[in-house]
Design a protein around this ligand. Structure first.
Ligand code: A3P
Length: 359
């Protein structure tokens, strides 16, 4: 039986042995201890709005953040040390992180694991590698991530402009895989998901309210359009550094998109692998149908931090393109499409604007 993936935090020596083996740098410990104070003084000065999961979110440098991930962002700036060959999976929420995480993990580790007995069969895709935004705050100093195998893989929902230069500047050799999705499907998916993980003390977020907030750009990690544009523009400037993928293209041509992904990660499939069906094996392993039917994804739980635990099944809903048609009126569709057209104008990016042909 294949062992548990190295990327998962639970194989860290401290998790296995129950004791920390990484020496704590006193200066970093102090910085870590001061994060709450720093966060509180920042939050007191920032515009706030209704959160989709927590009561409030705060506008920081143009993006809305919940206090928990805001603290994660401060920690990333203070003491995350990217390595030159780190690869970050970035996305706005509900645009395909679960899928990409599985694909990236399976691709990076394809020489180590057998597809018939793969770690993804036993751990939810979110266990395959850490979410930087939340994991950075868990169990310091394990969060230095020094133990992860190379290339280290991380996921983040933070907007490009919020991340430190050490990660995003073109001179930094870290890579980003960004996956985006058409905004109407992202809205529907996010609304469903956030109501599942929403604090039980709060009343459910009604769809019409979520729709208005989304159109106004007000939701965790949003505005959606600015998030997408930030990575799109950076990918245009540095195509070797940022691979920009679309959920819809991946649904249409998963094998072709996976080959693109592997090449970008510096792990192209060889001719022998292609002939041997490795690409199709990975596509099948990571498909919605396969992952969502695994026992671990029907019953397991992903713990992001002490407050946020998500049942694995909540990461799998329909996995389809165009589910928005079941929720949005024509007027609602028109409004989102028109925002998308306006925001993306002259960017060279097109994203899910429905063309209506008048007869
Ligand atoms: P829906 O809510 O539209 O079904 P994220 O992974 O970024 O949280 O995004 C979640 C969305 O991706 C959900 O969309 C979910 O069903 C879908 N999804 C999860 N795993 C998938 C997979 N392996 N293939 C395709 N879509 C997947």
């Amino acid at each position: 039986m294949s062992t548990f993936p190295d990327q998962n935090m639970s194989v860290h020596p401290s998790a296995v042995n129950g004791e920390k083996q990484i020496p704590v740098d006193e200066e970093e410990q102090q910085v870590y201890n001061n994060l709450d104070e720093k966060l509180d003084s920042l939050l007191a000065t920032l515009p706030k709005a209704k959160g989709w999961r927590s009561p409030n979110i705060f506008l920081h440098k143009g993006f809305w953040l919940s206090p928990t991930v805001f603290k994660g962002l401060l920690a990333i700036h203070e003491y995350f040390h990217p390595q030159p060959i780190d690869i970050f999976l970035a996305a706005f929420m509900k645009c395909g992180t679960t899928w990409l995480r599985a694909l990236m993990f399976a691709t990076a580790n394809r020489h180590r694991y057998n597809f018939s007995d793969h770690p993804l069969h036993r751990t939810g895709p979110h266990g395959a590698f850490p979410s930087l935004d939340t994991q950075i705050l868990v169990d310091f100093p394990v969060t230095k991530f020094d133990h992860l195998p190379s290339p280290r893989l991380f996921a983040t929902h933070f907007a490009h402009d919020l991340l430190p230069n050490s990660m995003t500047a073109p001179r930094s050799t870290c890579k980003f895989v960004y996956v985006c999705r058409e905004p109407k499907d992202a809205l529907i998916s996010k609304w469903h998901f956030m109501n599942k993980v929403r604090s039980k003390e709060l009343a459910p977020l009604l769809f019409n309210e979520a729709y208005e907030l989304f159109c106004d750009g007000v939701s965790e990690y949003g505005p959606f359009w600015e998030h997408v544009l930030g990575y799109w523009k950076a990918s245009q400037e540095s195509p070797d550094k940022i691979l920009f993928l679309k959920y819809e293209d991946m649904k249409r041509e998963p094998s072709a998109e996976l080959k693109k992904l592997a090449a970008f990660m510096g792990m192209s499939f060889t001719a022998a692998e292609e002939e041997g069906g490795v690409v199709e094996e990975i596509v099948k392993l990571c498909s919605f149908e396969n992952l969502s039917n695994l026992e671990v994804n029907k019953g397991g739980v992903q713990k992001f931090n002490t407050q946020l635990k998500v049942e694995n099944r909540d990461f799998f809903r329909k996995g389809k393109v165009g589910d928005w048609k079941n929720y949005l009126t024509e007027e609602m569709r028109e409004r989102i499409d028109s925002i998308t057209e306006t925001k993306l104008k002259d960017s060279g990016l097109s994203l899910g604007v429905t063309k209506i042909t008048l007869s």
